[in-house]
Design a protein around this ligand. Structure first.
Ligand SMILES: [Ca+2]
Ligand SMILES: [Ca+2]
Ligand SMILES: [Ca+2]
Ligand SMILES: [Ca+2]
Length: 433
């Protein structure tokens, strides 16, 4: 590890600066000592290595869909000067702290009736047309998914490139080989980016709850019906047991979803990113742009501060990328939920998110179904609607799919000036447009 002794000299002869110094927002929650750096496209590998070495840092991850790296800087005291050193270099396009995102859940309301949303959003009528398809893959980017849950296991995805037998007759799920060459060994049921292992089991309950709204097995005589009775759900875990995860790990999860070509991702988490810009050029923004290019929709929770996202930015909901559908939460009386964020310029629509009854994990709450509230609960309902519409219209482009979801909302006068669409999801109308 190089020392920072020569730092002053480095700054002195660095050329034109791409970024002003001291722009990083240290007030916001972030991982101590970590920095996300995006380099100019034409910088060579050796130039990158040299620059990082000069900053005193070491690379802990290289991103696939942007020229970005996650770097660990050694000394707490030297961090700010190292970050400034990098920010000053003209070859650095963007630097960001590794911000911490958290899940958008609020305490549950036990007086809400169970699964009231199905009638409200027209799910019961939609099921007369389609109940979904196993061909549609929805990635739940969250705390993991309980793939053993009796109401989820039959709808859990399995990676075709990491199942079956390899040429030596060994089980690809456990052979220690990256059989599908996607950078992850034995990822037969997704990945855990929080703990860097191949087991995305939920150790919280949040991701399992989201998964149930999207696709708890319908018509199987137990529990609840997801919006899709049949679908393939994959858990991409980047949020830890405590309910927080990092921007850097979120970017890895989205990159994985892009590489695997999933249909849609459900993202019930958020936080502040760097500098309040909707085009942050951090690796998460780049990964969502790569998803957009591949025709993969990205459903994002608006957040639970009861505030206006047009003014108080929250990411990823506020990134300016075409494939994002940002979702506020409504309640059983079709009002904007009191905790829900909104934004006439930034939040697309609302969907039921208050008192949502769905699948849970026994290990944490002693019961396998549970009511929860949050924009976290609203986003997966929209992700489920996207999957359901796509099951009946597999050739619909992402752009057309998004347009359908947003243009067919039921108008709600109280949110006319609070949401872009001015209304609440209606999946039946989205199917029939
Ligand atoms: Ca693999
Ligand atoms: Ca394998
Ligand atoms: Ca794990
Ligand atoms: Ca069921």
């Amino acid at each position: 590890m190089l020392k920072l002794a020569s730092l002053a000299a480095m700054i002195a002869f660095t050329g034109q600066s791409a970024l002003a110094m001291n722009q990083l927002d240290y007030e916001r929650p972030h991982v101590q000592g970590e920095l996300l750096i995006t380099f100019d496209e034409d910088l060579s590998e050796s130039q990158k290595e040299q620059l990082i070495a000069e900053s005193g840092g070491s690379v802990i991850h290289e991103y696939k869909y942007s020229n970005s790296v996650l770097v660990k800087l050694p000394e707490t005291n030297g961090f700010v000067s190292s970050a400034n050193f990098l920010a000053e270099d003209s070859a650095v396009e963007n630097i960001s702290l590794n911000h911490i995102f958290s899940i958008n859940v609020t305490p549950n309301d036990p007086n809400e009736s169970k699964q009231y949303q199905n009638e409200l959003i027209g799910a019961d009528k939609a099921w007369g047309i389609t109940t979904g398809s196993k061909d549609i893959v929805v990635a739940v980017i969250d705390t993991g998914v309980d793939y053993n849950h009796p109401d989820l296991k039959d709808n859990y995805w399995s990676n075709p490139g990491e199942t079956g037998k390899d040429s030596r007759g060994n089980d690809k799920r456990t052979n220690g080989i990256d059989d599908d060459n996607n950078g992850y060994i034995d990822d037969h049921r997704g990945w855990d980016f929080a703990n860097n292992d191949n087991d995305p089991m939920d150790d919280n309950a949040h991701g399992t709850h989201c998964a149930g709204s999207i696709g708890a097995v319908g018509d199987n005589g137990i529990g609840i019906a997801g919006l899709n009775w049949n679908v393939s759900i994959v858990g991409l875990k980047f949020i830890g047991r405590g309910g927080t995860g990092t921007l850097g790990d979120a970017a890895k999860a989205v990159e994985y979803a892009v590489t695997m070509g999933f249909d849609v991702t459900s993202n019930s988490w958020g936080g502040a990113a760097e500098k309040d810009t909707a085009t942050a050029k951090d690796p998460l923004f780049a990964a969502i742009k790569a998803a957009n290019k591949k025709g993969q929709l990205f459903i994002a929770a608006a957040g639970n501060n009861g505030s206006n996202n047009d003014n108080k930015k929250l990411y990823p909901a506020n990134y300016d990328v075409d494939n994002i559908i940002s979702v506020a939460a409504s309640d059983s009386r079709d009002r904007l939920a009191s905790f829900s964020n909104y934004g006439p310029k930034t939040i697309d629509l609302m969907a039921p998110g208050s008192g949502i009854y769905s699948t849970s994990t026994r290990s944490l709450f002693g019961q396998i179904y549970r009511s929860m509230s949050g924009t976290s609960m609203a986003a997966p309902i929209v992700a489920g609607a996207v999957a359901l519409v796509k099951s009946a219209n597999p050739d619909l482009s992402a752009k057309a799919l998004k347009q359908r979801i947003i243009s067919t909302v039921d108008p709600v006068s109280s949110v006319r000036s609070k949401l872009k669409s001015g209304g609440r999801l209606n999946v039946y109308k989205a199917l029939n447009q």
